[in-house]
Design a protein around this ligand. Sequence first.
Ligand SMILES: [Zn+2]
Length: 132
Amino acid sequence: MPSYDYQCNTCGRAVTLYYKSYRAYDEATHTCPHCQSIDLTRLISRVAINKPSRNYGGMSSQEMLSVLEGGDSREVGQLFQDVGAGVPSSDGEYHEVTNRLLQGEKPASIDADLRDRSEQQVSKDRKSAASD
Ligand SMILES: [Zn+2]
């Protein structure tokens, strides 16, 4: 279940909100549970990367998301493309992300798509495991 940390700008509390899916997160109105304010600032743990072309393969998805949200889509896409050219294990999803970024699609939207897809895959796997 996705969860995000926020700072409420009205009551000043740190709050964590949970969502049924990443799509639900996209569509939700984010509301402070303490004072019902919708004036929330999402807290993203920024990851300092001095040489981003070096270590994309070793990044967690959370770190990757943080980088994506901090950058210009086309710039990040270009970066992916450069990095991906030297990565033998890069798969179709990697290239799909690269191409969508290069077309200027928002990283959050791509991220939500991929996460929804992997959640569906997980539930399919569970079903097929159960029927064995
Ligand atoms: Zn509040």
